[in-house]
Design a protein around this ligand. Sequence first.
Ligand SMILES: CC(C)(COP(=O)(O)OP(=O)(O)OC[C@H]1O[C@@H](n2cnc3c(N)ncnc32)[C@H](O)[C@@H]1OP(=O)(O)O)[C@@H](O)C(=O)NCCC(=O)NCCS
Length: 196
Amino acid sequence: MTLAALKSKCLVRTIELGRSIVFALRFCGRPIRIHSSSWVAYRSVVRVCGGGTITIGRNCAIHPFSMLLTYGGDIRIGDNCSVNPFSIIYGMGGTVIGDGVRIAAHTVIVSANHNLATDELPLYLAGVTKKGIQIDDNVWIGAGVRILDGVRIGKNTIIGAGSVVNRSLPANATAVGVPAKAIKLRDPEGTNARRE
Ligand SMILES: CC(C)(COP(=O)(O)OP(=O)(O)OC[C@H]1O[C@@H](n2cnc3c(N)ncnc32)[C@H](O)[C@@H]1OP(=O)(O)O)[C@@H](O)C(=O)NCCC(=O)NCCS
């Protein structure tokens, strides 16, 4: 190993050690596990409220003003993911995000729905349904996307900016719109093909 490589390895180790200490102080006593190679901006909110857990893998970036809030469910984020500013991820029914998932600014991922109010029972007492959300590896979520409860997004799929995902989407698709529909499916060679 060259001296330069050794120095850079030492620097990485030092940064990771520093992060381990910061995470231990910031999330002390809470069920939050974040790999020390990941960056969690000071001005982001990573909070366990009403139960649940948060797990963040390696080399992730949780940007300022993003919020991860469990509300009783688990939030699991794999390796090499980014959560950009002003995005909100709720745990509720469980939100599982694979590896290499990039979440653009102002995205909201909400894994629950309110039950409907009746004349006898107001909305806030009617309870919620929770199914959970799964986002597979290498999904790119454009700015301002909303992902609703009960959906699974297949791997390598792209969601266009501003889309509302209320149904599951296949792998290797490009999906846009409200509600989001797959307009392209990439073929096995990796090129784009317009969907009929
Ligand atoms: C979806 C996207 C990736 C483009 O993918 P693409 O395969 O190149 O798609 P095209 O530009 O060929 O558009 C295909 C069709 O979808 C429509 N479309 C594209 N993006 C759309 C969107 N976000 N919402 C609704 N329709 C959209 C196009 O108008 C076009 O419709 P048409 O065939 O009727 O003209 C891009 O439009 C997008 O939304 N990118 C997200 C950018 C972003 O949020 N970046 C954040 C920083 S990480």
